[in-house]
Design a protein around this ligand. Structure first.
Ligand SMILES: [Fe+2]
Length: 390
C-alpha cells in the first residue's frame, strides 16, 4: 500500500459532461459576456457544421460572435498574438475554444494576452516567465478525446523562431467552463481517434508514475487507462459508437485532471521537441517513445507498472511484480498495435543525427517534468531512450 503524502487540489473549472451538453453553451456564454470570440481551426468545425451550430446557439441566447479560424496543429505563439489583437479589436469579452487541443490551448493564451497584454512568448519559461494577473473567461469545447485541456490549465505553444514547443499553465488559464459532449467527437477520423486517445493514455500513465502522484489522480489515472485500453480500439473501428466515444471523452477529462493534480513526466518532455522540429502529431510522438521510455525507467517504478499491467488485462494468476512490470510494456505495445500507431521515431521522419539535439531540447525546455520522473534521468538517458525508440 502506498504512503499518502502531502498534496494540493485546485481545479476551478465548471465541467459540463455528457451527450447533448453542447446545447448549454449559450446559457454559460450569456453569463460571462456579451460578445464571444470563437477560436477554431481552418476547416474541420466548418465541414462538420459544428461552428455554425455553436454560433446559432449563441445568437439565440443574445451573445454576439466573432470567429478567429487561423489555428493550425502545434499552434504558434505569433498566431496567439494575432488572435488577442483581433479579440480586442472586436471588443470580445469572452473566448470560446472550439476544436482539438490546438484551438482550446490557443483560446486560453489569447484570453491571457488580450486581457493582460504583452506577447504570448513573454509568458513561457524560455520567453521570460511572465505570470498573468488576469485573463478573459474561456469556454472550452473539445472535439477530440485526448489533450485533457478541458480539465487542466495548460496550453502548449510553439515559437518558430527558436523551434521551441513549451507547455505553460497558470491559475488564470483554467477554462471557466468546459463543455465535454461526446456527440461532437463522433466525426473524429480514425487516425486522430488513435493519436488523441493515446495522448490521454500517456497523461494518465505518466501522472500515475510521477514521483508527485497523489490519491485523486491515482484513482482517475487507473480509470482512464482501463477505459482507453477497452474502448479505444472500438472507437477506432466504429467512430459512431457513442458508448465508446463517451467513455473516451471521460477518460480524456479524467486524465486531464491527473495532469492538473500530478502532471506528466519526461515522456512528454521528450515528445515536445519531436513535434516542434518535425511537426509530428503529438499523440503519435508519444507512442513512438512511450514503450521504450517506460522500459528504461521500469527498475525505479516496478510496483506501479505492475498495477498498470493488471488494469490492462494481465492474467490474474500472475503476481510476480517484476514479470507484471515487464508485461505492462508489452500491453502498451498491444494497445498501440490495435489502433495502428505502434510506430518508431524513424516512421515519423526523425533523423538519427538529431537525437542528441532532441534530448538537449527536451531537458532545456521541459526539464521540470524530468525532475519528477523516477530514476533521476540526465540528458544522456533521454538520448538513450530516443535511440531505443528509433
Ligand atoms: Fe499530451
Amino acid at each position: 500500500m502506498d504512503r499518502i503524502s502531502n498534496f494540493e487540489y485546485f481545479l476551478p473549472t465548471r465541467l459540463v459532461f455528457g451527450v447533448g451538453s453542447l446545447n448549454r453553451v449559450g446559457e454559460f456564454a450569456k453569463s460571462l459576456g456579451k460578445k464571444a470570440l470563437i477560436v477554431t481551426g481552418k476547416s474541420s468545425t466548418k465541414k462538420t457544421g459544428l461552428l455554425d451550430k455553436v454560433i446559432a446557439i449563441l445568437e439565440k441566447n443574445g451573445v454576439e460572435t466573432a470567429v478567429f479560424d487561423e489555428i493550425v496543429p502545434n499552434p504558434l505563439s505569433s498566431t496567439v498574438d494575432k488572435g488577442a489583437e483581433f479579440a480586442n479589436n472586436e471588443r470580445c469579452d469572452l473566448i470560446i475554444g472550439l476544436g482539438g487541443g490546438s484551438p482550446v490551448d490557443s483560446a486560453k493564451l489569447i484570453a491571457v494576452v488580450a486581457k493582460d497584454g504583452g506577447k504570448c512568448w513573454d509568458y513561457t519559461g524560455s520567453g521570460g516567465g511572465r505570470i498573468p494577473k488576469s485573463a478573459l473567461p474561456v469556454i472550452a469545447i473539445p472535439t477530440t478525446h485526448g489533450t485533457g485541456t478541458e480539465s487542466d490549465p495548460f496550453a502548449v505553444v510553439t515559437n518558430t523562431e527558436t523551434d521551441e514547443k513549451i507547455g505553460v499553465g497558470f491559475d488564470q488559464t483554467f477554462p471557466t467552463v468546459s463543455i465535454v459532449d461526446p456527440e461532437v467527437m463522433k466525426t473524429l477520423p480514425p487516425y486522430q481517434t488513435a493519436a488523441t486517445g493515446m495522448d490521454a493514455f500517456y497523461h494518465a500513465i505518466e501522472s500515475y508514475i510521477n514521483t508527485n502522484h497523489q490519491p485523486t489522480s491515482d484513482l482517475l489515472a487507473l480509470e482512464a487507462m482501463s477505459l482507453i485500453n477497452h474502448y479505444l480500439p472500438i472507437a477506432y473501428r466504429d467512430g459512431n459508437n457513442i458508448e465508446a466515444r463517451t467513455a473516451l471523452a471521460w477518460a480524456s477529462t479524467a486524465a486531464g485532471i491527473c495532469e492538473t493534480l500530478s502532471g506528466c513526466i519526461a515522456n512528454h518532455s521528450i515528445e515536445h521537441p519531436i513535434s516542434a522540429h518535425y511537426n509530428a502529431t503529438h499523440g503519435a510522438g508519444l507512442c513512438a517513445t512511450g514503450p521504450a521510455f517506460f522500459d528504461y525507467i521500469r527498475p525505479h517504478t516496478k510496483e506501479r507498472l505492475a498495477r498498470v499491467a493488471q488494469i490492462m488485462g494481465a492474467p490474474e494468476s500472475e503476481v510476480d511484480i517484476d514479470k507484471l512490470s515487464k508485461m505492462s510494456i508489452e500491453l502498451i505495445h498491444r494497445l498501440q498495435k490495435s489502433v495502428d500507431i505502434d510506430i518508431t521515431l524513424k516512421d515519423l521522419g526523425v533523423e538519427k543525427s538529431m537525437l542528441g539535439r532532441l534530448a538537449e531540447d527536451a531537458m532545456r525546455t521541459m526539464g521540470a517534468l524530468v525532475e519528477v520522473t523516477p530514476g533521476n534521468l540526465k540528458t544522456k538517458d533521454l538520448e538513450r531512450i530516443l535511440e531505443m525508440s528509433y
